[in-house]
Ligand binder design. Sequence first.
Ligand code: NDP
Length: 253
Amino acid sequence: MSAIDSGLAGKVALVTGGSRGIGRAVVERLAGDGMDVVFFYRGNAEAAQGVVDAVAAAGGRAEALQADVTDAAAVAQAVERVVESRGRIDLLVNNAGIVRDNLLAMLEDADIRAVLDTNVLGVFHVTRAVVPHMISKRAGKIVNLGSVAGDKGGRGQSNYAASKGAIQAFTRAMAVELASRKITVNCVAPGVIDTEMSQAVRDLAGEQVTQRILLKRVGSADDVAHAVWFLASRFADYITGEVLHVDGGFKME
Ligand code: NDP
């Protein structure tokens, strides 16, 4: 329990892509605040177990479930498992995402499809499976991971930018659709964050990238997790349909 009561202790969270990077930081942040956290991962069982162990060592509760968000049937089954064991899902964090950067002419169909399948259809699959359980409780919070790429053009990122622009639009549409059920839907849009996903870009043009960020540093996974925690907490009860940028001012440069 933190010194300030966020209202999260004892509640149930489902986080997609919790085995690494930003998702891992979100799982640890929420579990550290007393939430019972279940997270999905795609294939890295070792990393997933590492998160479960770290949370347990810190005195929290987290469970890892293998569920590929691109597989609607597997997602529906996994969500049912969570609801059967916990009785409810209070918070959904749609975090799982991938990049397959390339200039448009060089983008294979497979690269376009993989990004849209994971980053957009994956969010539809999980949200569609979870929302009925929130509606039945007339309560819930959904936080989607967008990206600065949804606002600011980036060379070689047309597939990824399209997917994250879609998530910002999806967030606003869901906020309208679910408000009467007392469910809020918001988006956190990170800039360049120090995870495996951004490693290639940082290796290629680290200094150039840093210089284009107003605060002159890349963000940490914890920087993003704090914003997700805020939107999940009772302090954000009156916020819905918003995009919270966590990018050190990157989009303004
Ligand atoms: P990472 O590549 O570090 O981690 C991705 C996570 O998503 C892993 O847990 C991975 O599981 C999981 N995952 C990927 N595909 C699937 C799938 N099909 N089904 C289930 N889980 C899946 O990414 P980040 O932590 O950097 O990114 C997290 C989110 O933040 C993404 O939505 C990303 O687009 C967004 N973001 C990241 C930025 C950055 O600079 N890092 C910037 C802006 C936005 P597994 O371990 O099993 O592979």
